[in-house]
Design a binder for this molecule. Sequence first.
Ligand SMILES: [Zn+2]
Length: 220
Amino acid sequence: MIRMARCCGRLRRRKATPYLFCMASPEIDALTQALAKLPGLGPRSARRAVLHLLKKREAALGPLLNALMAVEENLATCSICGNVDTTDPCGVCSDQRRDPRALCVVEEVADLWALDRSRLFPGRFHVLGGRLSALEGVRPEDLAIDSLVRRIADGGIDEVVLAMNATLEGQTTAHYIAERIERFPIRITQLAHGLPVGGELDYLDEGTLAQALRARRPVS
Ligand SMILES: [Zn+2]
């Protein structure tokens, strides 16, 4: 009788506080919170994702876990271009089908991936790791500009495409780099039509990106 009473008492309390009744175990809660911190996912989407993973343990949870572990074990930053991959050099740098004479300079890894998705640039990439910013105190030595100059100085490159974002800081960075590399016998181009002012590469559709890449022009 006592156990029954306790049980009923707990049920009544849970009815009065539905959040406690619905609360997941600490492990599931930790998973939800970790997912909720990902870009594009809030607590609500994270809860939906976790529920899906729990329901589809074999079809979704297992493969996701394996993929995460494989990436985590082999995660590497490419020592040549700064791309993030599971090998060093990365898949782009070690792809022999790419034209080694064309080099596309981007601000972030996300920009490299966005341009590579367009499949229109046949060459290789160089990730700066940001853009010059007086406001945020980002100086040339904070970016991978010296390594870019060294890559060009090593020879074998005919064209450098400055694919910075169409923002003030992106364009300032492009001009700075253009000045640093103008002494080399190479063609220096930058993305042209199609990039909206203030636009960031990672958010553009592939058609717009493709147009901007096709219409690249010499840096004046
Ligand atoms: Zn690379």
